[in-house]
Design a protein around this ligand. Structure first.
Ligand code: GLV
Length: 329
């Protein structure tokens, strides 16, 4: 029998085409609210639901769901209660690997953009305030020679390290903040001798740019809170391309306002798409609408991977990228 796929938000054509070739595809006309999505998942009409980060797939929804699997159009899957899915025998797939470089590019862009005040500079030109070269117009910071602290040392952090080393930055990392874990030279591979592991407390104190590269978990929620912001250098800049709730956004606004730290470059927010009050008014920020993976080839590849995951799950096969492979074992 042909498989039935529910796609909560249209994904790029290469993925949709694969799904259409494999079965019946229902693409919702607009992102569903929680109740609508729960009812659709419980209807028994669909084998697999292809979800977005904004779709909350929690334990109550999964308890009533009559689907074989959830294929998330993202590498992160904090929107899905994976333990509950596993308990109910529901497979979860994601799209790792293909967005590493694109997201590291955005981390580097935020480092450069905050250091060189690109938003303020752009606004000044558009506002007709550029009156010619001036010796002290919009002076920024040097990136070369500055200390980049990477919170986390997974794929995207390593790709960011590679870029930062090319820009002459000194790269420190803390692999599993706030806890600790020793990374051997073997594990460091190409980075051995080029980057240095430090404890989270030291990373916070020493970074000129502190960049978040951790998944959102109970341990990393509000990893950067008022206390951490107080311990950063007053001229430090916070970069977040990971997940918004890793940073206590209200505390960040306060820290930026009072000069506890110098700036922030953010691609993710605590309660997307909303921003903490006051954040948008701060000049010392660069704010992006969660576009880490937003290039045409990367989004096409994510669409393809999420479709391949969905098709495998619908046929009872192990998906190419399974988050909870034991369900299929
Ligand atoms: C984007 O944030 C992703 O997890 O793919």
């Amino acid at each position: 029998m042909a498989s039935n796929f529910l796609v909560t938000t249209a994904i790029p054509a290469p993925g949709l085409q694969l799904l259409r070739d494999a079965g019946r595809v229902t693409v919702l006309p607009e992102p569903p609210d929680y109740g609508t999505l729960a009812a659709l998942c419980a209807s028994g009409e669909f084998d697999v639901v292809v979800t977005q980060l904004r779709d909350v797939i929690d334990a109550p929804l999964l308890a009533d769901a009559r689907v074989r699997g959830v294929s998330n159009f993202a590498v992160g899957y904090n929107n899905i209660d994976v333990d509950a899915a596993t308990r109910h025998g529901i497979m979860v797939g994601n799209t790792p690997g293909v967005l590493t470089d694109a997201t590291a590019d955005i981390a580097m862009l935020l480092i450069l953009g905050t250091a060189r005040r690109v938003v303020e500079a752009d606004r000044l030109v558009r506002d007709g305030q550029f009156h010619g070269w001036e010796p002290e117009l919009l002076l920024g910071r040097d990136v070369s020679g500055a200390v980049l602290g990477l919170a986390g040392f997974g794929r995207i952090a390593r790709a960011t390290a590679r870029r930062a080393l090319g820009f002459g930055m000194e790269v420190l990392f803390s692999p599993r903040p706030p806890g600790d874990r020793a990374v051997s030279d073997d594990e460091l591979g190409e980075f051995a001798g080029k980057v240095r592991q430090v404890r989270w407390e030291e990373l916070v104190k020493r970074s000129d740019f502190l960049s978040m590269h951790v998944p959102l978990t109970d341990q990393t929620r509000h990893l950067v809170d008022a206390d951490v912001l107080r311990r950063m250098k007053p001229d430090a800049i916070l970069i977040n391309t990971a997940r918004g709730p890793v940073v206590h956004e209200t505390a960040l606004v306060e820290a930026l306002r009072t000069g506890l730290i110098a700036g922030a470059g953010l691609d993710v927010f605590e309660d997307e798409p909303r921003l903490a009050p006051g954040l948008a008014e701060l000049p010392n920020t660069v704010l992006l609408p969660h576009v880490g993976s937003a290039t045409v080839p990367v989004r096409n590849e994510m669409a393809r991977l999420s479709a391949l995951n969905a098709m495998a799950i619908a046929e009872g096969r192990m998906p190419p990228n399974a988050v909870n492979p034991l369900v299929c074992a």
